[in-house]
Write a protein of this length. Structure first.
Length: 178
């Protein structure tokens, strides 16, 4: 019996091929060529990221997305400048309406404003805006908007502190092998 393999799709190429290119600049140029809106010399998506609907993904200057992140951009995903997203984070713009009989898919955008740190293993759900200069503690689940300059944590994420308002940093991630 002859084995038939499906034709590669754009999503398959992004995840199985582009996401495993070991050099940062060629990988980022491929992401841009496939539809992501980003500067391939100033932004980084590290190895093994899964990206859904790359055409709806916008990443600002000097932002870093860690290894093994899930970026579901089907509802729109905008990441600002100087944002640090740690490894194993999930951004989910899709959900289902559990109250309707046909269980339809719903998509809501996610916005991450400038100079935000999303720590290890955070989940961000659709319809959420994370305000500028915010820190989201490791393992948190963000289900509602987060005001600027806050530190939030928990499941669901709640305010646990405020950040000092004198931040001036810019991220400069340099390793080519990432």
């Amino acid at each position: 019996m002859e084995r038939v393999f499906p034709r590669p799709t754009k999503g398959y190429l992004i995840d199985a091929v582009v996401g495993r290119i070991p050099l940062r600049r060629p990988r980022m140029r491929c992401y841009r060529a496939m539809g992501a809106k980003l500067d391939p010399d100033r932004s980084t998506i590290m190895l093994y990221a899964d990206i859904l609907s790359i055409d709806n993904l916008v990443i600002g200057d000097a932002s870093i997305v860690g290894r093994h992140c899930l970026l579901d951009a089907r509802g729109g995903l905008r990441i600002g400048s100087n944002v640090n997203i740690s490894s194993y984070c999930r951004f989910m713009t899709a959900k289902h309406d559990i109250y309707l009989p046909d269980f339809p898919a719903l998509y809501e955008p996610i916005t991450v404003e400038d100079r935000v740190w999303v720590a290890l293993g955070v989940t961000v759900l659709g319809g959420v805006t994370i305000g500028e200069e915010t820190v989201v503690a490791a393992g948190s689940v963000v289900t509602k908007d987060v005001a600027p300059w806050q530190v939030v944590g928990g499941v669901p994420a709640r305010p646990i502190g405020d950040r000092p308002k004198n931040q001036t940093y810019t991220l400069d991630f340099g390793p080519e092998w990432s």
